[in-house]
Design a protein around this ligand. Structure first.
Ligand code: SF4
Length: 391
């Protein structure tokens, strides 16, 4: 495969270091991407139906679930943006008092399926603190996990500061540290802010404005005694059941159908799906191929970004290849080394490069390849790997 001098194949992927929002959308090959961060990471059935209507009226009608438990409306034009933002405000999904920087700080993962008042009280306090004018300035990807309802289920999901349950109390834990600082729910948010400020003042943010807590600790940064961990969080529990969507995408009519039959609120999960803690009408959902109800379905375990033609940085097609992983394995197909669809390692990652498709077992899209194969050899390569993985 040859590449023109200015083709995407010859460019390094542009790492923007920030996530889109509703106030600050990101341009993509199919228009603006408008990210919605629903309060408590949940949608009422009315909000879900309203979002479907908005996506159809002011976008392409396609919505995308993200691994931050947010929801993105795709294919929005500049001319549609203002009406879309007004619609989100009317649905209670966008706070008109926020500025784009404050909105970007509201990266709060919430354990799906929470119950009781502990999670909403902590979320409200954390949200207020992060939206305040004097909140610490943090990198765009810096995030928080609220995991205090029962056994933690977010410990392997991306976050920099975690509030977790621990023997009937809560701990505030810096990602990358095995122990968290034991505290009370009333003091937890104050501790989170102190930890975030320490991260910023102790050199956690690079000259490019990016930085993650885990990397900071791995480079040798040491938490001060008042923030250092003293208690292990509770052991991780099972993930709540998630209804998934192929590649995390759902079309507006399917979202309306889901809202009608969810039997209650839709909790967005970082596994690109929704948890339905109410009484969903499974019979109504089962017949619709838009929904992945079987947790063993191979489509739950494949990840692919937009690729060619939707993304200007893409070197080749991804979703259209129609590849599926073998039983129990994860497969990630990436249009370039940025790896948007799955930032972590997969059992097998296939990354488009200038010289062919990089085959990366057990790694991320940007990791060194075991070999590079031409596109024509892809099916045979996958078959070979499937055979090797199953013996
Ligand atoms: S990983 Fe995919 S979506 Fe992300 S920039 Fe590369 S080609 Fe585009």
């Amino acid at each position: 495969m040859s590449a023109m001098p200015d083709s995407p194949a010859n460019r390094r992927p542009v790492v923007k270091g920030w996530c889109p929002g509703a106030l600050r959308p990101m341009a993509s090959g199919d228009g603006l991407v408008v990210r919605v961060r629903p309060p408590l990471a949940l949608l009422t059935p009315e909000q879900a139906s309203g979002l479907a209507d908005l996506a159809q009226a002011q976008g392409s009608g396609i919505l995308q679930l993200t691994n931050r438990a947010n929801l993105q409306i795709r294919g929005v034009t500049e001319a549609q943006l203002s009406a879309l933002q007004d619609g989100l405000v009317a649905l209670g999904l966008l706070d008109p008092s926020l500025d784009p920087l404050a909105e970007a700080r509201l990266n709060i993962l919430v354990a799906p399926g929470w119950s009781g008042q502990g999670t909403p009280a902590l979320w409200t306090a954390l949200r207020q603190a992060l939206a305040a004018k004097d909140a610490p300035r943090l990198p765009g990807k810096f995030g928080f996990a609220l995991d205090v309802s029962g056994q933690p289920c977010l410990q392997t999901e991306s976050a920099d500061i975690r509030i977790e349950s621990a023997q009937g109390r809560v701990v505030v834990r810096a990602d990358g540290s095995a122990l968290g600082r034991s505290t009370t729910p009333g003091q937890a948010v104050d501790l989170v802010l102190k930890m975030a400020r320490w991260f910023a003042f102790s050199g956690g943010i690079g000259p490019d404005g990016r930085g993650r807590m885990r990397d900071h600790l791995a480079r040798g940064a040491v938490l001060p005694p008042a923030l250092a961990g003293d208690t292990a969080p509770d052991e991780a529990g099972a993930r709540p059941a998630t209804t998934g969507f192929d590649f995390g995408l759902i079309e507006a009519p399917a979202l309306r159908h889901l809202a009608r039959n969810a039997g209650g609120n839709l909790h967005l999960t970082p596994w690109r799906g929704v948890h339905l803690p109410g009484a969903p009408d499974l019979a109504a959902l089962q017949g619709d191929p838009a929904f992945l109800l079987n947790p063993a379905a191979p489509r739950h375990r494949r990840f692919a970004c937009t690729g060619v033609p939707g993304c200007p940085q893409a070197i080749g097609p991804t979703r259209d290849l129609g590849l599926l992983p073998p039983p129990g394995k994860t497969l990630h197909i990436s249009g370039c080394a940025k790896g948007c669809a799955h930032p972590g390692p997969a059992d097998l990652t296939l990354t488009w490069t200038a010289s062919g498709i990089a085959v990366i077992p057990g790694g991320r899209a940007c990791d060194p390849a075991a070999c590079i194969v031409p596109p024509a050899a892809l099916a045979a390569t996958l078959k070979e790997w499937t055979h090797a993985a199953s013996v």
